[in-house]
Design a protein around this ligand. Structure first.
Ligand code: CTP
Length: 129
């Protein structure tokens, strides 16, 4: 059983989110997703997510390609989360390129190309206009 782990906010769910989750799932037998907490998102991106953490977790957990979700409460706990969930692969978008190479001692680290021209921020802007 090969477990793949990925992390993200997944707020205002869009096709870029779906594509990274599908590609991550294809790297193994089981995909576990760490969904960033509201507090972490405020610290990381300077704004509260549109959808609260419980709803974002439920939406991600309901996807066919996702086997399990948990709440990511701190960026500092990545190693602990990887060990706790017995991750064989850490999959991240290439906006994080190189930033997680330090974990290659405990799992394989892969970066996927971001889907062009879409982001939560862009969707929020589009709706605002
Ligand atoms: N992602 C992607 N392609 C996009 C947008 C996001 O592959 N067009 C990936 C990110 O690389 C990350 C995951 O989806 O691994 C979750 O990203 P998240 O930060 O939740 O989404 P963004 O749309 O980037 O959000 P924001 O605009 O708030 O930064």
């Amino acid at each position: 059983m090969r477990t793949v782990l990925t992390f993200g906010t997944f707020d205002v769910f869009h096709v870029g989110h779906l594509r990274i989750l599908e590609r991550a799932a294809a790297m193994g037998d089981r995909l576990v997703v760490g969904v960033s907490s509201d507090a972490l998102n405020i610290a990381k991106k300077g704004r509260a997510p549109v959808f609260p953490e419980g709803e974002r977790q439920r939406l991600v957990a309901a996807l066919r390609c996702v086997d399990d979700v948990f709440l990511e409460e701190s960026l500092e706990l990545k190693r602990e989360y990887l060990l706790r969930h017995r991750a064989d692969v850490l999959a991240m978008g290439d906006d994080w390129l190189g930033r997680f190479d330090e974990f290659s001692d405990i799992c394989r680290v892969v970066y996927f190309e971001r889907t062009p021209a879409i982001s939560t921020t862009a969707v929020i802007e589009k709706i605002r206009l």
